[in-house]
Design a protein around this ligand. Structure first.
Ligand code: F6R
Length: 238
């Protein structure tokens, strides 16, 4: 695992963008895995700028999002589909952007369908990850075992609390569909972004703690090609 520590968040975004840029230039039909939330914003802004400058053409590439809430319509601004449209998809020209359907009538079938769709696209070339304060990646919450496949998950109080900031007083959904650890680890390359002091403890456990499903992010240490971009605040406890 390569770890890069920068003075500020803008540098983190610029550095991460160099990897995504190289991937797209090398393989125009890349399959990207994207994360939602605040950590990737700095990267997404860079990718949008590169697209606007005519440097990147995403028209042959596709993306799979890591997760989606259950029980809120995709028109809700906090749905991960709406969030990703606003943060990235509306501003670049990807061929297709896949997000699990958190309102599918049969959620178990939707999970199977999502994994089949990833497989049909040949798997993920470059997967972006954030990290939860409790060590979750995607919505793989701490538990007794790693979940291999896409699955429906109950969000923990820590995750619900962390995501309240997006919901402005409304209830945060309790349930979500999440890509499993299997698809994440099968990605050909992993890129993680963590910034801010509230991620410092999680980053320390992920890199220095036991590899343990009670701290799901620890599994990425088993991946052969992974890069972690941190700002100084997130790296403070290493
Ligand atoms: C979102 C996701 C989550 C977030 C994590 C950190 O698709 O998979 O694991 O990456 O909750 O969220 P932020 O970046 O908002 O701190």
């Amino acid at each position: 695992m390569q770890i890069h520590i920068y003075d500020n968040v803008t540098q983190v975004g610029q550095a991460a963008a160099t990897l995504f840029t190289a991937q797209l230039l090398r393989k125009p039909d890349s399959v990207f895995g994207f994360a939602t939330g605040s950590s990737p914003s700095v990267l997404y802004r860079q990718l949008i700028a590169l697209r606007r400058a005519g440097i990147l053409d995403f028209s042959s590439s596709v993306s799979f999002s890591l997760d989606e809430y259950c029980g809120i319509p995709i028109s809700h601004p906090c749905s991960y589909r709406a969030f990703m449209q606003a943060e990235l998809f509306d501003h670049i020209n990807m061929k297709a952007t896949y997000v699990p359907d958190g309102n599918a009538p049969d959620l178990a079938a939707e999970c199977v369908r999502y994994d089949a769709q990833i497989a049909a696209c040949g798997g993920i070339d470059m997967q972006l990850l954030g990290i939860g304060r409790n060590g979750h990646i995607a919505f793989n919450e701490p538990s007794g075992a790693f979940s291999y496949e896409t699955h429906v998950t109950e969000l923990t109080p820590s995750t619900i609390d962390a995501n309240k900031r997006f919901f402005q007083g409304e209830e945060v959904p309790r349930k979500a569909i999440s890509m499993g650890i299997g698809s994440i680890m099968a990605s050909r390359e992993l890129v993680m972004i963590a910034t801010g002091s509230d991620k410092a403890q999680a980053v320390r456990y992920a890199l220095e703690g036991d590899i343990d499903p009670m701290f799901p992010a620890s599994i990425i240490r088993f991946h052969k090609v992974s890069t972690l971009f941190l700002d100084k605040a997130a790296a403070a406890l290493l």
